[in-house]
Structure formats: C-alpha cells, structure tokens
Design a protein around this ligand. Sequence first.
Ligand code: ZN
Length: 280
Amino acid sequence: MDESEDDFHDEEKSQTLKKKIKEKKSPTDATPRKRKKKSKWWTHYSDTEDYAFASCKYCKTLIGCETKNGTTPLANHIKRCKKYPSNLDKRQKLIDFKTETLVNEDRVVETVNVPKLWEFDQDFCRKKLARMLIVDELPFMFVEREGFQEFCKALNPLFKLPSRSTATRDCYALFIEQRNELKISFRNLQSRIFLTTGTWTSGQNLSYMCLTAHFIDDDWNLHKRIINFCPIAGHSGQLIGRAVEKCLNEWGLKNIMTVTVDNASSNDLAIDYLRRRLNI
Ligand SMILES: [Zn+2]
C-alpha cells in the first residue's frame, strides 16, 4: 500500500477513535489497567484516557494497542509517521570538507578547509567513473570486474555500477561535453594558439596524426590540449596539411601563431600547404 494512503487511513482511524473515546460515558467503560510496557515502541507513545489506545508523541495520532494485537500497530505507525524525526529526511547529508584558497590582508595566500554538505549523487559518481576510465587508461570492461564491483559496494552500496556499454557511452558523452567547453574557451581566447603536430605508423601499419594546441589563458596559465587524433592515408605533405586544415576548420581556429613539426621533408610540404591556405 502506498505510504500516503496509509497515512490517510491512520488519520481517518484516529478521528473515529477520538470520537469513540469521547462517547464513552463513564471511566468504568475504559477500565484503566496497568500494562507492562516492555517494548521499545512504547517510548514513542503517551497514554490516553482509554487504555486500548496510545497517542503518538509526534503527530498525536491514536493507535490501537490492545494486548491481543501486540505492539505491531505501534511499530508500524512509527515507521511511517511523518513527524517522527528520523523519518523526516531519509536522504541524510554528511559533512565533508573542501579546500578554499584565501588571500588575507597582507596578501599572503592561505588554504583553509571549509565544511560543506555532502550528498550521494549517482550521476556525479558515474561522471567521475567515466573520467577515471579515461585518465587512468582503463578498459571499459573494468567496470564489470568482480573486485572493482565489490570495492564500489563497500564504498557506497547506493551506487549502481553501469555496464561496460553504458560506461562507454558515458565516456563519449564526457568527451563531447569537454570538447564543447574547449570550443567556447577558444572562442573567448585573447592569446594566439601554438600548434604542434606529429605523425607515426602503428604496429598494424596504420598512419595517425596528432595535433596539439598550446595557449595561455587570461590568467596566464599555460594549457596543452590534444585537439585531434586521427588516422591519415599516408605521410605525404599534402595529406598532413589537409588533415590539419580540416581540424582547424572544425574547431573554428583562426588565430594561429606557429606550427611546430618534426624535421622531415614531408612536413616542409605540409607547412607550405598550410601557409598558402591560412595566410600565416
Ligand atoms: Zn505519529
């Protein structure tokens, strides 16, 4: 039965019980009888005029407590009583500390630990899991490994581990999100961008090109970002030049300062190609 429905019935019962108690003409009808209150549930109730009913200390609902029923009705009500403090906030928060950097009057930088509320967040944890797979270069299968699953369960049983295909999708979603963020920061960038590019051939005889952007942000922090990693048909100058041009167009990069390459003749041709196309 639904909880709210239960409450409704409790409320309804309570009203009729109150009426019944009032209707009783003399105290002899409700013979006060001493009862041994051994059960812990009695601590949540106070006595009423009628020995057959107890009143909830939190919401004042009357609960039938005749000896033949035992204390089950008392226990049941407390478990769902909306005013019982322990039921108020099931998603209890914990205190965590975050580090904050402060600059005091003498311009000395100090770090302090500030308390903040911590709450379990499934989506946040999944995002961190995807990040772990990427930065630690783990296989997607990792999330289905027995040891890791046990470890997660021990850390927080609330966390539902995704399957390897879901983890793959999470990683791709994180990549798209980060790429969009980087695109926005490129758009607002004041400094020029410095590129380096390298090509090599894998064990399976496939050629790859990697393009890295270096730039300085508004706070004078140096950044290094791989903006493209793609297979190319060969190592000829024109192919490399075209791949770089395509990538720059996709990112919408125009403020290129320099392109640094390995000392190879094909790279000279690639630079000539880029110079013609980009006017740098
Ligand atoms: Zn109650």
